[in-house]
Design a protein around this ligand. Structure first.
Ligand code: GDP
Length: 656
């Protein structure tokens, strides 16, 4: 009471009073003062407050040095960092970081790794600035900046042929191949290397990507590889615009590539080019004859009609696009195809975009690298170099890069190794190594993942493309509890090292259109590694689906049987406590599971009901309305009024 009057008395008075020794505490409205025990206030200082004060004192003493050290500093944070290293860089004790993280609900030990986001959070919370460096920095400068204008020279256009199935893409590509002027002299294009160049009498050339099918086109685009300058859209004159024609139009538009329409099969009696032109209008393709800017050229792949016009049209379009590249620089470009050849090792077809690729260059493509041992064109001829827009097969890479992967020449082997090592690491992490940093999200995921079982697999296929397709399909099978984990996937025969890897990872090897070498086979038999062969992707997927389904833990389904009410409980020597019950609902059954419920709360769940008696006899089942006796082993606390719920549990198998 006087507390208040003191405060109301105004500042001057308060100060004068403060001089007269009484503590600040006295002025406070506390329980003690209200209770009239103002004097006791000092004595009542809680243990906790003393402890806090001591803590502060200690911190101050110890911290006087640290206080200075805790000036804001720039902390360099890599992709992942251990708690102790972060503490080091922040010049604090590791415990402080651990404490801080604990307050955020993350339990970590001093040697655990955290990811850069978490580390940044910690560092900024402690008042430091952060400079993030990333391992990914090694990627910098892999594909160098655009060239300045004055070095640029015209380059041949790169053309992709698309269209509906059976409209004649393959036939047209074949026909165009034969219009190559050089083929007469050198026996023509002998090899399928995924791309070829048609050279014209006047020295010009057109590069065709020989990968019909939109899937390949969009797969390349997905990797950001837009190599196609011009799309030739094949439409059969007797069939008109079909679903895949529309799909092709959309792909071309998305890629920003101009379209040239090749109206094919004009030799056929039912051919109606005008219809095709009109149908295309509906898809915003306006041909020149209707005042638009899309060329439409009538051809027959079978009769080899109009092919020159088509090439002419392509060159015209190329001129409009003003395609240029600098040939005098280190080369880069894109992987079109890669395969493992029995005699030659890894063979990759690449398309040079800029610069000139030479024999002896060190090339990095995806996570593979190597010195170019040989350059071969589509005629199987050895080349010394390949300039812009030239497709070549290169030998010498140490693996098969994926189609669409950019490649570039690097200055030396060390740089190549650095890049590929990093990429391999990233890939491995993506496929799920156990330790992936410890961001909060990751931790959550891992906690939630606890029950996930993984099926490790090694996949070898004839070509990289099939391996990727298989991995893609397997990924789609992933369920929240089971999934396939691809340890390795690639093209080529199953080797001894694959078997060793499989042994280590405890995984089977799936071979798609490939076989194991003799040594690998023997090793697999010795080591007990299973190798399964497939020729149809669907079979493979089906098989794995079966295995994964088998790995799904069965769910337990509960079926309610009945309820009994405890009327009375009594002790019987030898048996223990027994409940006299009446079944009020359903039945109770011996051997079924029971739960004891008291006031709607489950107090106990028992394995099985072992003692069920009616009068003096053991019975198996007691129906509703009748009375019975039950005993629960190990539970002596049964009371009148408890409810006994009786149910069965059934295991149900699940499938994906
Ligand atoms: P794709 O599925 O688009 O690659 O089509 P193909 O090139 O395999 O051709 C499908 C069918 O059309 C084949 O039977 C070819 O012989 C036929 N064909 C392709 N071009 C022409 C043509 O110009 N005239 C005629 N009459 N038939 C053609």
């Amino acid at each position: 009471m006087d507390d208040r009057s003191r405060r109301d008395a105004g500042p001057g008075k308060a100060i004068s009073r403060a001089k007269g020794a009484p503590t600040r505490r006295e002025g406070r409205l506390t329980i003690q003062t209200v209770a009239g025990d103002a004097d006791g206030a000092e004595r009542m200082r809680s243990l906790a407050s003393v402890r806090r004060a001591r803590e502060r004192e200690r911190e101050k003493r110890k911290g006087s040095g640290q206080e200075q050290a805790r000036v804001a500093r720039e902390v360099v944070i890599p992709d992942v960092i251990t708690v102790s290293e972060l503490a080091n860089r922040m010049a604090v004790r590791g415990v402080e970081i651990i404490k801080f993280l604990m307050r955020q609900g993350v339990m970590l030990k001093i040697n655990d790794v955290i990811d850069n986001d978490t580390a940044e959070l910690v560092a900024t919370e402690f008042g430091h600035t952060v400079r993030r460096v990333s391992e990914a920095d090694v990627e910098e400068g892999f594909i160098k900046a655009e060239d300045v204008d004055d070095h640029l020279l015209p380059r041949p256009p790169v053309v992709t042929v698309m269209g509906h199935v059976d409209h004649g893409k393959t036939s047209l590509l074949d026909a165009l191949r034969s219009s190559d002027v050089v083929s007469g002299e050198h026996g023509g294009i002998t090899q399928h290397i995924g791309a070829y160049q048609v050279r014209l009498p006047d020295g010009q050339a057109v590069t065709f990507l020989d990968t019909p099918g939109h899937a390949a086109f969009s797969a390349m685009r997905m990797r950001g590889a837009n190599v196609t300058d011009i799309v030739v859209l094949v439409v059969a004159a007797d069939d008109g615009v079909m679903p895949q024609t529309i799909e092709a139009i959309n792909h071309a538009k998305a890629a920003g590539a101009p379209i040239i329409v090749a109206i094919n099969k004009i030799d056929k009696p039912g051919a109606d080019p005008t219809r095709v032109i009109n149908e295309l209008l509906q898809h915003e393709i306006v041909v020149e004859s209707l005042g638009g800017d899309t060329q439409a050229i009538q051809v027959s792949a079978k009769e080899k009609l109009g092919l020159d016009d088509l090439i002419e049209g392509i060159l015209l379009q190329a001129e409009v696009l003003d395609l240029k590249a600098n040939p005098d620089r280190t080369a880069d470009g894109m992987v079109i195809e890669a395969k493992l050849d029995r005699g030659r090792g890894a063979v990759s077809t690449v398309l040079v975009k800029r610069g000139t690729l030479k024999r002896g260059d060190i090339v990095v493509a995806g996570d593979t690298f190597g010195r170019v041992r040989a350059l071969l064109n589509e005629r199987g001829e050895q080349l010394d170099s390949a300039g812009p827009s030239v497709p070549v097969e290169i030998l010498g890479l140490d693996g098969t890069p994926s189609p669409g992967e950019p490649f570039a020449v690097v200055e030396n082997e060390a740089r190549a190794r650095e890049l590929t090592d990093y990429r391999v690491r990233v890939k491995r992490e993506k496929t799920g190594s156990p330790m992936q940093g410890a961001s909060l999200a990751d931790m959550m995921a891992r906690l939630a993942d606890k029950k996930v079982s993984e099926l490790p697999l090694i996949i070898k296929a004839d070509v990289q493309g099939s391996a990727e397709a298989i991995v893609g399909s397997l990924d789609k099978l992933a369920h929240e509890e089971v999934r396939a984990r691809i340890i390795l996937s690639g093209a080529g025969a199953i080797s001894e090292s694959d078997v060793m890897l499989a042994k280590g990872a405890n995984s089977p090897i799936l071979g798609f259109n490939v076989r194991a070498s003799k040594q690998a086979q023997a090793l697999a038999e010795r080591e007990g590694v299973e190798i399964r062969y497939y020729a149809i992707i669907y079979d493979l997927i089906d098989d794995i689906k079966g295995v994964l389904s088998g790995m799904l833990a069965p769910i337990q389904r509960e079926t309610f049987l009945g309820n009994a009410e405890v009327l009375q409980a009594f002790d019987i020597s030898k048996i223990g406590r027994v409940a006299g019950c009446r079944v009020v609902e359903g039945v109770v059954r011996k051997g079924a599971r029971v739960r004891i419920i008291r006031q709607d709360i489950v107090v106990l769940e028992l394995g099985t009901l072992q003692t069920l008696k009616r009068f003096k006899d053991e019975v198996n089942e007691v129906p509703s309305g009748q009375e019975c006796g039950m005993a629960f082993q190990g539970f002596q606390d049964i009371k009148a009024g408890d409810t006994i719920e009786c149910f069965t549990l059934e295991e149900v198998r699940r499938s994906l």
